[in-house]
Design a protein around this ligand. Structure first.
Ligand code: MLT
Length: 308
């Protein structure tokens, strides 16, 4: 492998049935490859694309499948594979980074200092005075002893729970979809709560690791935020629609929430002074991209060549 990245040649080499890589964001189905048997996609939205007659399978290099018309494909007998777990460590590390950024207001503090120099042109004594005067607003809190609520105990949620415990946090977990027994075996010190309401009411920080489906849309809403302790933090590395952003912004403005870390940018969130907005970076490490690509190709290859 050159430079540690997924070797594109290998994709072609293992694929006597027509897998190719297109070096563009959008797969222009039906013209770039006349008769694709398999499609491997990361973030391109396939919903409005015609389904090629030749297609046998689709693989998503990632956990979520919101960009793929899964039901339409299922009706045609075309399976969709995803890569659960392959990017879990990358997301976990970003969640931990997000908690630290939020707890110490690092993003906004750095912005403050940059502004003093770049926008206000301060230097020397004047800069030092403004630094001293301004730093009180960024006084933070420490993580040990704080309660983290993890919603969704799949591969990412369990890693986050374990990492948070190693930082001395108390971890509550809620996931109606996962076999509770499995989740609790993987993360034995997580306290299982009975309801999502209990988790909100007891958590000073909440992190989301559920897919966007009907039952999770708007899961973080006005009432649940209001039940959280004052000064709480919400981290969203799941999907934008899981959070009612208007409710979050109101709670930030009223001071009820301390910060919102969001991996799904919106205009309102990106300019809010208590929101840390990231450009969907959860899975963006070389290692995670390699893991996802390899797992997705393996699945496609297995299905197309061996029928598994
Ligand atoms: C996922 O669903 O795992 C992520 O959206 C992957 C990605 O960022 O491409």
């Amino acid at each position: 492998m050159s430079n540690g990245r997924f070797p594109i040649q290998t994709v072609n080499a293992i694929s006597p049935v027509g897998l190719q890589r297109l070096d563009r964001d959008i797969f222009d189905l039906g013209t770039d490859i006349a008769e694709p048997r398999g499609i491997l996609v990361r973030s391109a939205d396939l919903h409005d694309r015609p389904v090629p007659q030749s297609l046998y399978a689709v693989a998503r290099a990632g956990a979520g499948t919101n960009n793929i018309p899964v039901d339409k494909l299922a009706a045609l007998g075309i399976p969709v594979f995803n890569t659960p777990g392959a990017n879990a460590n990358a997301v976990k590390e970003l969640v931990i980074a997000g908690m630290l950024l939020a707890a110490r207001s690092l993003y906004h503090a750095a912005d403050y200092t940059r502004n003093l120099v770049a926008e206000q042109g301060l230097s020397g004594q004047a800069l030092n005075e403004q630094v001293e005067a301004g730093k009180k607003q960024f006084a933070g809190f420490e993580l040990p002893g704080k309660t983290l609520g993890v919603i969704g105990l799949g591969s990412i949620g369990v890693l986050v729970a374990n990492a948070a415990q190693s930082l001395g946090m108390k971890v509550l977990g809620y996931d109606p979809a996962v076999t509770i027994k499995n989740a609790w075996q993987l993360s034995p010190n997580v306290e299982q709560v009975e309801s999502v309401e209990e988790l909100f009411a007891r958590s000073e920080l909440i992190t989301l690791h559920v897919p966007l489906i009907d039952s999770t849309r708007g899961l973080v809403n006005t009432e649940r935020i209001a039940s959280m302790p004052r000064g709480a933090v919400v981290l969203n590395f799941a999907r934008g629609g899981v959070v009612d952003e208007t409710a979050v912004l109101q709670a930030l403005d009223s001071g009820h929430l301390h910060a919102y870390v969001n991996d799904f940018p919106t205009e309102a969130g990106a300019v809010h002074s208590r929101v840390i907005t990231l450009p969907h970076l959860g899975a963006s490490t070389g290692e995670a991209e390699d893991n996802c690509a390899v797992m997705a190709v393996d699945q496609l290859q297995d299905f197309l060549l061996n029928g598994n």
